[in-house]
Design a protein around this ligand. Structure first.
Ligand code: C2O
Ligand code: CU
Ligand code: CU
Length: 430
């Protein structure tokens, strides 16, 4: 924290090497290290500044996924940092406690930059999160779980051939926080997992082998109104979920990703990853567990708009070739929204393959999924939603600004090869 009270972070993008497998050094990229990046953390109301240096030999950006901030600070494709260059975005945190993340966003190369290891968590806290009886000892009973799929070609990452895989790269194994075959020892009855799907294309359906119920307490942009009991939580690339799991003394269990039955058809399930299963993270409970307080029955009020008084409805048709029939262009503004206005956005995928939809700057509410009320996992604040083939979703969004008619924010499919291929559009707030 500097003298005017700003919380300052330093991030250096650098190339390195990491031994994922003993004796084999894999070339990697990371922030302040060889692979991935540090967890940044700030409180609501705090001013933050991130001093970024690009030590790579390629231009890149750093985007704050899920963060409400001015468009100039967003780190999208218009805020490129040249090799050897630096950039110091700053803003005031003004949103509820949440599990956000950061990653590069250079137009056409995001998949490559994320896959090599440029990603990290950005956690936000607020008065409510400080007060609520949820597990909150970071690394003890409150665990970051960054899930990525990976494939190796000898010592190198294998970026794969895309034949038969129209979602993009799919690995044949997963890692958590950059570790293969990970396990975590835990000593508390209740364990909170902050799940981030930081994979480039793969969607997971997380649960446990004994089908135990867990409590979903948060989605992309923070807490649900109340915990939701469930046995599976599906996350597409970019999405987050906070779940609380009850452990039994001495047990070993595993966070697993199960085959999915709503992945957009049998062909997709078989060839584009929907049928795959992975053991993601083993949890090893101590013989004696510290008692955890019971979960609160209420977590608080949502701050996302409910669609009342919406002044404008927009429609987005998702196709791999582009959104609303247009591939992304850096010099074209696709939508102009009014500061402070509530809008409804209807997003449709009938493109024959899975897509998702992410909007910068805002947390939105899902009003409808195929004309019906959303399931619990879509009832919290969201910035990214999964749309298997045949899905239409209606969202309520409010853009608080500040106005900047010249600098766009992005909306796009977060399957990164689709995004890189032009499945992205730009909006400005005026
Ligand atoms: Cu996580 Cu536009 O990105
Ligand atoms: Cu984003
Ligand atoms: Cu897509």
């Amino acid at each position: 924290v500097d003298k005017d009270g700003t919380r300052v972070f330093d991030l250096r993008m650098q190339s390195g090497e990491k031994e994922f497998k003993a004796g084999r050094a894999t070339p990697t990229w990371g922030f302040n290290g060889d692979h991935l990046g540090p967890t940044l953390r700030a409180k609501r109301g705090e001013k933050v500044r991130v001093r970024i240096r690009n030590g790579l030999d390629e231009a890149s950006t750093v985007h704050w996924h899920g963060m409400h901030l001015p468009a100039k600070m967003d780190g999208g494709p218009h805020q490129m940092i040249r090799p050897g260059g630096s950039w110091s975005p700053h803003w005031t945190v003004d949103q509820p406690a949440a599990t956000l993340w950061y990653h590069p966003h250079p137009h056409g190369a995001t998949e490559k930059h994320v896959q090599r290891g440029l990603a990290g968590l950005f956690l936000l806290d607020d008065k409510r999160s400080a007060r609520l009886a949820l597990p909150k000892k970071y690394g003890v009973d409150d665990l970051p779980v960054i899930v990525q799929d990976v494939r190796f070609d000898g010592a190198k990452f294998d970026h794969g051939h895309k034949m038969m895989r129209n979602v993009g790269f799919l690995g044949d194994r997963t890692m958590v926080n950059g570790t293969l075959a990970p396990y975590q020892e835990v000593g508390d009855e209740l364990i909170r997992l902050r799940l981030l799907n930081a994979s480039t294309a793969r969607t997971y359906d997380f649960g446990f082998p004994d089908d135990r119920a867990f409590s979903l307490v948060g989605t992309d942009g923070g807490a649900l109104e109340r915990p939701a009991r469930m046995q599976r939580i599906q996350l597409s690339p970019g999405e987050r979920a906070e779940i609380v799991v009850r452990m039994r003394p001495g047990e070993r269990t595993v966070l697993r990703s199960f085959p999915q039955d709503n992945y957009g058809g049998a062909w997709q399930q078989r060839f584009s990853g929907g049928d795959d299963a992975f053991d993601v993270l083993q949890l090893r409970a101590a013989e004696r567990l510290r008692p955890s307080p019971a979960l609160p029955s209420e977590l608080g009020e949502l701050e996302v708009p409910d669609g009342a008084g919406a002044s404008r409805a927009r429609f987005f048709d998702l196709k791999q070739s582009g959104i609303n029939g247009r591939a992304m262009r850096m010099d074209r503004i696709d939508e102009v929204v009014t500061r402070g206005a509530t809008e409804t956005w209807t997003v449709r995928n009938d493109n024959g393959m899975p897509h998702n939809f992410h909007v910068h700057d805002v947390q939105f509410r899902v009003l409808e999924v195929n004309g019906e009320a959303p399931p619990p996992e879509l009832r919290g604040p969201k910035d990214t939603v999964f749309l298997p083939n045949g899905t239409t979703m209606k969202l309520a969004l409010r853009f608080e600004g500040p106005a900047d008619p010249k600098t766009p924010y992005m909306y796009h499919c977060h399957l990164l090869s689709h995004e890189d291929g032009g499945m992205m559009g730009q909006f400005v707030v005026v």
